[in-house]
Design a protein around this ligand. Structure first.
Ligand code: ATP
Ligand code: MG
Length: 740
């Protein structure tokens, strides 16, 4: 045990060995929060204070859950590893899925219910609007999705939503319709997973009591990003009012709260302190991850945010290398520079897997991937084009879902005519009408469709029935293999011109099934269990989306968005695209809160680096099919100059502050401050004598600064930041702009 506690600093030791009580560790990046949480679990188990079954640990990603388990196995003796399965470690969604499967009847669900990821959910909503003849311009599907999820995350069923106006009332009606569609199809979206579990625990006293007694210690990592419903869920399990209830141990960092847009609420930290009477909040201030320059930069950046809970980090490590900053002409040059630097790091002995490329938006990864690929550097992408979200995989999963649950209309609609079997839009419409008349799923409505459409649809049903029958006893990987053949998917992609990669992905799905069976520790050939196991696998596919790509053990450079880098660390970090509009993201710039969230995101990015940090931006960039000319990010200016080394001379043309040109709107100070830069950004572009960075006046919107431009001559469009009037794209030919 002494081994376990050796190397902890006094505050960490205090946190790890706290007597059973509710506790909050509030500390900055790299200060050992996750390490404290893991060590505490090991210590509690090893000192016999709790059985593994009594532990519930919530992590932010499935990957983090696996890492936690791996770290625990390393810390604890072998005998522990056998009992480790008794622990519940996972994400909120993963844990809810587990609870709902175990108590599906009490939760009002069939055992083999399916999970809708957010793409599936959107498709389901579109289908609903169509069936109800709702004008989707008046009720945009995405917005309705956001509305429904928002209500669920606030714990509100339709009857509890306060609707004061007709528009909201109509949305609530659609929420009701959506709920009954989901129930009819036996599908559950992400927000529903949480709400259903919450309601189950709240209403069903025996079940609630069972888990309240079972879990003695509940530990939550990344607590700052929990939403209200998740917090209430924790409260139910830990039951504030009862003696002998489970103890809640939360670790988090308000400066790393980056999911406000998904309903995360830092206020949970304050509520937790108050409602659970947390006696002392433990703070950790020593950072063990990063060299001094990197840490100083992070501290300097986050200091620009107001309303922080406040903390400072220090390190015993030396200053280390300066932060390298590179200004590229274009995104391609930027990618080339990054790859050159990676090659030199690798030559110097750094492992590829210790190197991460981070970006604000997924779309940025393509250029980087291309460059890495051409240079023969192996790499892996987290998220982005997630494995389980690829088209061909979704098709395959849809067949599998129909086997587990034929009433899944989303799956049905996806593959009823894929590969094509001559089932046209009219047949589908007839089927939808029948389903509405009989209030049934599409699948069940097929016998009610007459004529030729009925015949063709019946053939499809027969195909699914055959698949169900023939796979009922197959081991999972063989089941998948069988479905790929019989559905005609393999054949379809074999005949497709660029189908090779898709075929490989389909084979990879068989591997994923085999891995799943191995990891789940079930008998692959467990008879008659095939379809139950299949449902588990499908749940895993929905929940795990994408994370699986990155943990193949090979030595590869890691690519991911800043969001998904949370909690991770790397020897070297490249953060590219540090441009106004990109990072901070253009949707956030106009609003203090949005901007502060972007800054926290920047703080997360910077604090991922152990030894080396590389920051870069490009004067022009192709994104979403347009060339954009952006100013460099204000976040660069927030890093003290002495910590950085510029690998290209600071460029007055793209500089926001360094050259005294404050060409962006600063909500905290109000107004647009701009001084024309020395030279136009692009001479070749004809912008009617105007240039990016220039201050202009518009008859209606007033004064603004040109932030970006696209096209040229009569096609030119300008993005202009009008301060209080917002950021707007205007056609140059029409806009009547005057230089200010
Ligand atoms: P984040 O906020 O980014 O999630 P964190 O606070 O969870 O960071 P950890 O990931 O737990 O920090 O720790 C950061 C690094 O510091 C890890 O490599 C960890 O092993 C190391 N570390 C933590 N505490 C100590 C210690 N007392 N001695 C040596 N190394 C430590
Ligand atoms: Mg952590």
């Amino acid at each position: 045990m002494s081994d376990l506690l050796a190397n902890l600093n006094p505050e960490q030791l205090q946190a790890v060995t706290l007597p059973p009580q509710h506790a909050l560790v509030l500390a900055g990046a790299g200060s050992g929060k996750t390490r404290v949480l893991t060590t505490r679990i090991a210590w509690l188990v090893q000192t016999g204070q709790v059985d593994p079954q009594g532990v519930l640990a919530v992590t932010f990603t499935n990957k983090a859950a696996k890492e936690l388990l791996a770290r625990l196995s390393a810390m604890l003796p072998l005998s522990f590893n056998r009992s480790a399965r008794g622990m519940w470690i996972g994400t909120f969604h993963g844990l809810c899925n587990r609870l709902l499967r175990a108590h599906h009847r009490d939760a009002g669900l069939p055992q083999l219910f399916q999970i809708l990821d957010s793409g599936d959910q959107l498709a389901a909503i579109k289908r609903l609007l169509k069936a109800l003849n709702v004008d989707d311009e008046k009720f945009p599907p995405r917005e309705l999705q956001h509305f429904i999820n928002g209500q669920k995350e606030a714990g509100l069923r339709p009857h509890a939503v306060e609707a004061w106006d007709d528009y909201t009332r109509r949305r609530v009606e659609l929420y009701i319709e959506y709920e009954s569609q989901c129930q009819r199809e036996s599908v559950v979206d992400f927000a529903e997973l949480l709400l259903r579990t919450y309601e189950l625990l709240e209403r069903n006293e025996p079940i609630r009591k069972h888990y309240q007694q079972r879990f003695r210690h509940i530990l939550v990592d990344e607590f700052q990003d929990t939403n209200r419903l998740q917090y209430r869920w924790l409260k139910l399990l830990a039951d504030t009012g009862r003696d002998g209830a489970a103890k809640l141990f939360c670790v988090g960092d308000d400066d790393q709260s980056i999911y406000r847009f998904r309903g995360a609420d830092v206020g949970n930290m304050r509520d937790f302190e108050r409602e659970f009477h947390v006696a002392n909040v433990i703070r950790l201030e020593q950072n063990y991850r990063s060299h001094g320059n990197i840490l100083d930069a992070a501290n300097a950046i986050i200091r620009h945010n107001a309303g922080r809970l406040g903390k400072n980090l220090w390190t015993e490590r030396g200053a280390g290398e300066p932060i390298r900053v590179f200004e590229a002409c274009g995104d391609l040059d930027e990618a080339r520079w990054i790859v050159d630097e990676i090659q030199s790091l690798v030559r110097d002995g750094m492992s590829r897997s210790g190197i991460a490329l981070l970006y604000r938006s997924n779309a940025q990864s393509r250029v980087l991937e291309h460059q890495l690929f051409s240079s023969g550097i192996s790499y892996r992408v987290y998220g982005g084009l997630r494995f389980f979200e690829r088209q061909e995989i979704k098709h395959a999963l849809a067949y599998l879902r129909l086997i587990a649950n034929p009433d899944d209309d989303t799956a049905f609609s996806r593959v009823v005519n894929f590969p094509t079997r001559g089932i046209g839009a009219r047949s589908i419409e007839a089927l939808q009408d029948a389903a509405r008349t009989w209030n049934s799923s599409l699948y069940a409505a097929v016998p009610h469709v007459a004529g030729k459409p009925g015949t063709v649809l019946a053939q499809f049903v027969r195909l699914v029935e055959d698949l169900r029958r023939d796979t009922a006893k197959l081991p999972l990987p063989e089941l998948v293999d069988h479905v790929l053949d019989v559905s005609g998917l393999r054949n379809h992609f074999r005949n497709e011109k660029e189908g090779q990669e898709r075929l490989e992905n389909l084979d990879e799905l068989i591997n994923a099934a085999a891995n799943f069976v191995a990891e789940a520790g079930v008998q692959a050939d467990a008879q008659d269990m095939a379809h139950a196991l299949l449902a588990d696998f499908l749940a895993h596919a929905s929940l795990e989306a994408g994370e699986h790509q990155a943990d193949a053990g090979s030595d590869a450079v890691q690519l991911m968005t800043v969001h998904s880098s949370k909690g991770l660390e790397f020897d070297a970090v490249f953060l590219s695209g540090l441009e106004e509009g990109l990072f901070p993201h253009e949707n956030s710039i106009m609003e203090t809160e949005g901007l502060e969230e972007e800054r926290r995101l920047m703080y997360v990015a910077v604090t991922r680096a152990r030894q080396r940090l590389y920051l870069s931006f490009a004067q022009s960039r192709m994104l979403h099919g347009q060339t954009r000319y952006n100013l460099r990010s204000r976040f660069l200016e927030e890093i003290p100059e002495e910590l950085t080394k510029w690998l290209s001379p600071p460029n007055p043309r793209t500089s926001a502050v360094r050259s005294g040109f404050g060409g962006y709107y600063q909500p905290s100070r109000g107004g647009v401050v701009a001084k024309a830069p020395e030279q136009p950004v692009s001479r070749s572009r004809d912008l009617g004598g105007l240039r990016v960075g220039q201050l202009v006046t518009h008859a209606k919107f007033g004064q603004g600064v040109i932030v970006a431009a696209e096209g040229s001559g009569s096609d030119a469009r300008l993005q202009i930041n009008f301060g209080a009037a917002g950021v707007k794209w205007l056609m140059l030919a029409v806009a009547k702009l005057d230089p200010a």
